[in-house]
Design a protein around this ligand. Structure first.
Ligand code: AMP
Ligand code: MG
Length: 400
């Protein structure tokens, strides 16, 4: 049996490098940029007004001055004339500053009567004028490789005419559940049957990563069936996630089926709780690498191992440094790990008014068959073998 650290390192070693592709801006949102982008024009593109008001010459505009309004410059429609001395041109936010003008008097700082303004407050030279290229000049680096395409970055790309953008591709994922006892959520279990919770759970978890789920199947505990389903899954996706059938039971066929299909076992069983019977294998076929995560069947173990191993792997394949979202918290009770296996201790976060960081409250029922240890929790604390963390200590909580 290997340690959590060893398992993590083996997975990292075998994770394929991110591949880049061109996508439309809307499809690329949330993905990671695979190249740098330079500004195609200055920002602002042209000198314009930061306020609704009047374009004037500062020297004409002492408090009490009366200036006739000669023209208008509105957004998208520039003034026809240049500004003559001792006159004003009405201007709106974002509209081109007329030639001859150097200052904006906002509507709040003047009165308007009979086609003229009277200045109420002497302006400062150049006020409310946004100069061309004052933010950055054409050619400046505006978006960088490795940045996630957030809504603001989508807007910046759009401003510069980048309609198709180079990002790292989303890995494709196939999902395979196993077990004679399982029925679909839409069916009523008879006798000792139970409903398949892992498929809907992992479908949701995969969706959160922005990877593409391209194949889902269920196989009975039958070697031929598992082989056939796994074969389809492996030819459909970059990453195959299976649940159940990875343990030592007579009916556990995932490892054997994987070997038959040409996968090489990288490890089986990890010193961790929950999730001990986890299995990891890889296959390189015609230059294409497929990763296989054989997760345990208990939904708690399935989700914990997915979050700890599969989620960061998918993130790395998309060029994200990690998808682990975590917060610092103060532990509300002692936590000790004497199981001889590393532990993912599930905690609830409590935010007290006035305190800077949340409290991490360990949940009492942590058995791997108790799904409420996940539904009532906000995340988990990683406790290594023999670790003892005292109440009041700072811990890092990885969020679900
Ligand atoms: P296994 O790893 O196949 O031995 O399964 C371990 C436990 O998880 C058993 O109690 C199974 O019934 C349960 N289990 C396996 N797969 C699922 C699933 N897809 N949904 C809910 N429970 C499952
Ligand atoms: Mg099973």
């Amino acid at each position: 049996m290997i340690s959590v650290l060893e398992a993590t390192q083996i997975i990292e070693q075998h994770t394929p490098k991110p591949q880049s592709t061109i996508k439309s801006l809307s499809e690329a949102a949330g993905l990671v940029l695979a190249r740098d982008y330079a500004a195609s024009e200055d920002s602002p593109r042209f000198t314009n007004s930061a306020m609704d008001g009047f374009a004037v010459r500062c020297e004409d505009s002492l408090s009490g001055a009366r200036l006739p309004i000669m023209d208008e410059s509105s957004a998208g429609r520039e003034a026809q004339s240049t500004l003559a001395p001792r006159t004003a041109i009405r201007i709106s936010t974002g509209a081109l500053l007329p030639l001859g003008a150097d200052t904006i008097v906002p509507v709040e700082d003047c009165t308007v009567e009979n086609g003229a303004i009277t200045i109420q407050k002497t302006p400062v030279q150049g006020q409310f004028v946004r100069r061309q290229a004052s933010e950055y000049a054409c050619g400046a680096l505006i978006l960088r490789t490795g940045q996630e395409l957030t809504p603001a970055r989508v807007a910046l790309a759009a401003q510069h005419g980048v309609a198709a953008i180079e990002v790292f591709t989303q890995p494709t994922v196939a999902l395979l559940s196993t077990g004679n006892e399982l029925v679909d959520v839409s069916e009523t279990p008879a006798g000792t049957q139970i409903r398949n919770a892992n498929v809907p759970m992992l479908t949701a978890a995969i969706r959160q990563t922005s990877a593409c789920l391209v194949f889902t199947a269920h196989a009975e505990d039958d070697f031929e069936q598992v082989c056939a389903a796994l074969d389809k899954a492996a030819s459909a996706a970059d990453v195959v996630v299976t649940t159940g059938g990875a343990s030592v039971g007579e009916h556990d066929f995932i490892k054997q089926a994987a070997q038959t299909l040409g996968f090489e076992t990288m490890f089986w069983r990890v010193r961790q709780k929950p999730g001990k019977p986890m299995f990891f294998a890889t296959r390189i076929l015609e230059g294409r690498t497929t990763l296989l995560f054989g997760l345990p069947g208990n939904p708690v173990s399935t989700l914990m191992t997915f979050l700890y191993y599969v989620r960061p792997t998918l993130a790395r394949m998309m060029g994200k440094s990690t998808m682990e979202r975590s917060v610092q918290a103060v532990l509300s009770a002692d936590l000790a790990n004497m199981h001889g296996r590393a532990e993912f201790a599930r905690v609830r976060l409590k935010y007290e008014a006035g305190s800077e960081i949340p409290e991490a409250v360990p949940l009492p029922k942590q058995d791997s068959n108790m799904l409420t240890s996940m539904t009532e929790a906000d995340g988990f604390v990683f406790l290594d073998i023999d670790a003892a963390v005292q109440s009041g200590s700072r811990v890092r909580v990885v969020l679900f």
